[in-house]
Design a protein. Structure first.
Length: 398
């Protein structure tokens, strides 16, 4: 059995419990079929700076926090002190990021536990360490990419980064054995502007033990649900305005907001007039609770300015809940006339019409079929087997 190492640029950690949670779910899926060691290196939260817990597995490096999420998956969450802000502080932070990885790799080497294959999750920054392992030990790597920053329309994009960042990113892309974007649109975009690279789309996973259709469709009032971080790209304020517009027309519906509110979203709710009484917010909730709220909702709404392929769309479909979304990124690869409605990004009038259409034709969506179709594509075992097939092909060439 080959030794597998994942290097994650994003991952849940002490400063952000939700960042890269979709990467963690994909790791759990793969670990059910093949054991893997995962490493994430990040800055300490200030209150914990300078502290580190030892690994629970004495056969692996004893550095930083580590715990076994599920059998087959060993996670090492390693921290370094951030240092002072500014250029010198940023440079020191990058050095500590590398030296923390290098110390971990040395321990692996000493224990004769260097991997046969590396899987990088998001090119920058962990792809730089994969380049090092390939150069130093001849270990091949595959690259899964999630970042929407390869698109110029993204507010934080690669085009606006430094020449050095762009050059290193291209080197990481070029040296990967294969690119595994979570959407064809992302793979095509990378090939257009950043690197001519063979790619295979492998989507994010959905835990279908949690995300499944309700036994009985809610026959009460129509409830839209919006689940997001509520930051600028999600355009939550436009969803609120469009919802308020259909309420003013006398349409009966409810809008549930799930996620951290901010001043802009709160103001949009206040400005919605009489619709404010039909808008409810429950803040950030657990993953299990997200599944429960989806199952009891009539339709999911996302209206992002830009997006790659939102996990919540896949989760909604696995629950059999149809989706209204802007036509951006890889979303049209998942949403079609059988399971939702697509509108142009920023077109609030089109969003209003889509909401009214969804309410009017709610009975034409087959919840059970939507769920079966989505689960066949995004369930843990389906995605994990695709990834393992890639590993086998790469190692055959080694």
């Amino acid at each position: 059995m080959f030794k597998l190492l994942w290097l994650a640029s994003w991952y849940p950690n002490e400063t952000d419990h939700f960042t890269g949670d979709f990467i963690q779910r994909q790791a759990k899926a793969v670990s059910r079929l093949h054991p893997l060691l995962l490493v994430f290196v990040g800055r300490h939260a200030e209150k914990n700076a300078g502290t580190a817990a030892s690994s629970k597995n004495t056969n692996l490096p004893q550095t930083g926090d580590a715990y076994t999420a599920e059998p087959g998956l060993e996670e090492h969450i390693l921290y370094f002190d951030a240092g002072r802000p500014g250029f010198t502080g940023n440079s020191g932070s990058l050095i500590r990021y590398f030296t923390t990885h290098f110390a971990f790799f040395r321990e692996l080497k000493n224990k004769k536990a260097l991997p046969d294959l590396v899987h990088v999750q998001v090119a920058m920054r962990s792809g730089m360490l994969a380049l090092y392992l390939k150069w130093r030990y001849g270990i091949p790597y595959v690259l899964t990419e999630h970042w929407s920053g390869y698109f110029r329309r993204a507010k934080d994009n690669l085009y606006d980064r430094s020449f050095l960042t762009r050059w290193i990113t291209k080197r990481i892309l070029h040296n990967a054995e294969i690119l595994l974007p979570v959407s064809d649109e992302l793979g095509n975009q990378i090939n257009r502007d950043w690197a001519k690279k063979h790619f295979l789309k492998i989507p994010n996973v959905v835990d279908t033990r949690l995300f499944y259709p309700a036994e009985k469709i809610n026959d009460g009032g129509f409830r839209f649900i919006h689940i997001s971080s509520m930051v600028y790209p999600k355009n939550t304020e436009a969803i609120i305005r469009s919802f308020a517009a259909i309420i003013r027309e006398g349409i009966k519906a409810e809008l549930l907001l799930v996620g951290p509110l901010n001043d802009s979203v709160n103001q949009a709710v206040k400005d919605s007039g009489e619709a404010a009484t039909q808008i409810r917010s429950i803040g950030m909730i657990s993953y299990d609770a997200v599944a429960r709220e989806l199952r009891t909702s009539s339709a999911l709404i996302l209206f992002s300015h830009y997006e790659n392929l939102s996990c919540v769309i896949l989760e909604s479909l696995c629950c059999g809940v149809p989706v209204i979304s802007s036509r951006v990124g890889g979303i049209p690869e998942a949403v079609n006339e059988r399971n939702g409605i697509l509108v142009e990004a920023g077109n609030e009038k089109a969003l209003e019409e889509a909401m009214k259409k969804m309410i009017l034709y709610r009975d034409q969506y087959d919840s059970q079929q939507i769920s079966r179709d989505a689960s066949a594509l995004y369930a843990y075992e389906t995605v994990a087997r695709k990834i393992l097939d890639v590993y086998d092909k790469v190692l055959e060439k080694k």
